[in-house]
Design a protein around this ligand. Structure first.
Ligand code: NAD
Length: 316
């Protein structure tokens, strides 16, 4: 059937309004990473080592409970032995630190994660500093922060590492690109900027005092939004062809999750874009599992070597 003119025009309009951005599917990519983690765990188990993760949850924060449950499920599914330590909201700083010190000494535990935020009155920074750096699978201990800055071996924070892994697995290179990071937190903004710098990107870090955010974003080849402000980044700020990583998780008035980027509008200009949910979030958990296995291999003197059809371990 030869479409008449009116039909063609409708088709053209449809094409114009179609999304140009390809979805950076964090959920699917995380599954692939997690399968790899399961294979690495199996290799370690075959070599006589059972990777172990301890998750410490203080108090009753509902969001934290969900996060901890998800981490527990994902780690167990990958074959990691998980123990969750649930402590009362009234736990003192000394009691919490005693639990962490005990886990530091426990040879069956290779990764320790203290779920943040902690209830008011507990000093998060101090707790993080008590964790052995080699078991700090959240990558927040000052020794691991220093390792990241110096570009030497350490453990990387999971969300920033997940952002880079997502790009790597889609062959999106950062070298020579202008990366604009929005947000300068210890957890996301600063480390993701450092990782991008390590990949030879030119990096701009924007924050709450940045004068003209729209103008900064408009120059970006790659945008990493980590603010916690629903749809702060407008679609028309995005340079056509830019890559958009939306780290933000915000709950809209209707209860739905939205990111820091106006997805509908931005996806019509971006070349690649992460959805929320299903983008960076699932990668974070996958990287936690990967860090745990890496920490286990290092602590038990194993070297993980990539071989053609997977991974094998050997003693260093
Ligand atoms: P944070 O509150 O510690 O930091 C927010 C940053 O945004 C600050 O550095 C601040 O300077 C900056 N900011 C605030 N207002 C701004 C503005 N108007 N313009 C530019 N910058 C501004 O938050 P965070 O811990 O880095 O988390 C950021 C978001 O990412 C949150 O929505 C959080 O829920 C989400 N998050 C998601 C994951 C994940 O796995 N997907 C992990 C961690 C955090």
């Amino acid at each position: 059937m030869v479409p008449h003119e009116g039909h063609l025009m409708t088709e053209e309009r449809n094409q114009e309004s179609e999304m140009t951005g390809q979805i950076l599917d964090g959920k699917a990519t995380a599954m692939v990473v997690r399968e790899g983690v399961a294979a690495r765990v199996a290799a370690l188990v075959a070599d006589g080592v059972q990777p172990g993760l301890a998750v410490v949850l203080v108090g009753e924060d509902p969001a934290s409970q969900v996060y901890v449950r998800n981490k527990d499920k994902a780690a167990s599914a990958a074959g990691i032995a998980v123990q969750t330590r649930k402590l009362a909201a009234e736990t003192t700083q000394a009691e919490l630190e005693a639990v962490v010190l005990e886990l530091n000494e426990d040879a069956a535990v290779h990764g320790i994660l203290v779920q943040l935020p902690l209830p008011k009155g507990l000093d998060e920074q101090r707790v993080v500093e008590v964790i052995s750096p080699e078991k700090d699978v959240d990558g927040l201990h000052p020794a691991n922060v220093a390792a990241l800055v110096q570009g030497v071996e350490g453990l990387l924070p999971c969300t920033p590492a997940g952002c880079i892994e997502l790009l790597d697995r889609h062959d999106i290179a950062l070298e020579g690109k202008h990366v604009v990071v929005i947000g300068r937190s210890q957890l996301v903004g600063k480390p993701v900027a450092q990782l991008a710098l390590g990949r030879n990107a030119t990096v701009t870090i924007c924050h709450s005092r940045t004068k003209d955010l729209a103008a900064e974003v408009a120059r970006a080849d790659v945008i990493v939004a980590a603010v916690g402000w629903a749809e702060l980044v407008q679609g028309d700020w995005v340079k056509p062809g830019a890559v958009v990583l939306d780290v933000g998780i915000n709950r809209g008035e209707d209860g739905k999750l939205v990111g820091d980027v106006d997805f509908e509008a931005a996806s019509q200009r971006a070349s690649w874009i992460t959805p929320v949910p299903g983008g960076v979030g699932p990668m974070t958990i996958a990287m936690l599992l990967s860090n745990t296995v890496m920490a286990c291999a290092r602590q038990t003197g194993r070297v993980e070597t990539l071989i053609e059809d997977g991974l094998e371990t050997s003693r260093s």
